[in-house]
Design a protein around this ligand. Structure first.
Ligand code: AMP
Length: 281
């Protein structure tokens, strides 16, 4: 497995693969890899001849008071995981390589980014869309893999690929959880022992929401209020949002109908965690 930092080197490697008729899968990440990322890499290895994992903590998607500086990084451990999982290449650029002097072009969207994380992180998705488009242009993959953990991000990427006619299959992969149900996340490392325990409230609330739906509840207000009440019972938790949206349009809904995404962002102490589930009826 190769570790490259330079855009031109990645382009040359992919060009030579394509000349030999190989298909290429891309797994975009911010590193500090765990089994959630690994599940994406595994799927990419199964479905493509060559797999590129990008590891880039993208400054453009972090707000001013967010955790860009403290975001965990460990390229040696990440390289080992990628190698063992069967990836062929890690692309690990410096911010200066991705955003050269004078950079002023962005990818943006009107819909899909107004609710959920788009509300509390106003510049986040512009940063995500811009960097993912750049990665798509650099790696030119046949397929790209994203986790349902970031469900809104997956919807947004599927939409730009459709709207801008990108010839790439976007593949969504299920949320991988710890044994006790907490969704795996690089940010879980911020949690102390007490907070780690308190963080379980997200999964417990996801389970509560699912139970309500399975028992036939279809009124969004009832479901969301019960979920919020449950989170508020945990003293270390502070709700950013709990919302039900249409899975395609990411617009708020009043009644559960069709494909629905119920998503939440909750602060546990200073750490902002996200989780979600989908339901179809
Ligand atoms: P990140 O490094 O957090 O930007 O995540 C990179 C990719 O891995 C995104 O597509 C995430 O949705 C996905 N991912 C992160 N955590 C998980 C998880 N627990 N299960 C599945 N996919 C995940």
């Amino acid at each position: 497995m190769e570790l490259l930092h330079n855009i031109e080197e990645v382009r040359n490697r992919v060009r030579s693969w394509k000349k030999d008729g190989f298909s290429v899968g891309l797994v975009p990440t911010m590193g500090y890899l765990h089994e959630g990322h690994q599940s994406l890499i595994k799927k990419a290895v199964e479905e493509n001849d060559k797999v590129v994992v990008s590891i880039f903590v993208n400054p453009m998607q972090f707000g001013e008071n967010e955790d860009l500086e403290t975001y965990p990084r460990d390229i040696n451990k990440d390289s080992k995981l990628c190698d063992e999982t069967g990836a062929d290449l890690i692309f690990n650029p410096e911010p200066e390589e991705m955003y050269k002097e004078g950079f002023c072009s962005y990818v943006d969207m009107n819909g899909l980014t107004t609710e959920l994380c788009g509300k509390s992180r106003p510049i986040h998705f512009r940063g995500v869309m811009t960097v993912v488009t750049k990665l798509f242009n650099i790696v030119t993959p046949d397929r790209a893999y994203f986790g349902m953990k970031d469900a809104q991000q997956l919807c947004v990427i599927k939409r730009i690929v459709k709207d801008l006619n990108m010839d790439i299959d976007v593949i969504g992969c299920p949320i991988i959880r710890e044994e006790d149900g907490l969704a795996k996340s690089s940010r879980n490392t911020y949690l102390n022992k007490e907070e780690r325990k308190a963080a379980l409230i997200l999964y417990k609330t996801i389970s509560l929401g699912k139970d309500l739906l399975v028992s036939g509840e279809r009124d969004v207000n009832t479901i969301i209020n019960k979920m919020k009440d449950n989170i508020n019972k945990e003293p270390l938790a502070k709700i950013d949002y709990v919302e039900a949206v249409d899975l395609e349009t990411v617009e708020k809904i009043d009644v559960i109908k069709g494909k629905v995404l119920i998503a939440m962002a909750v602060y546990i102490g200073k750490t902002r965690l996200i989780d979600n589930f989908t339901f179809e009826c």
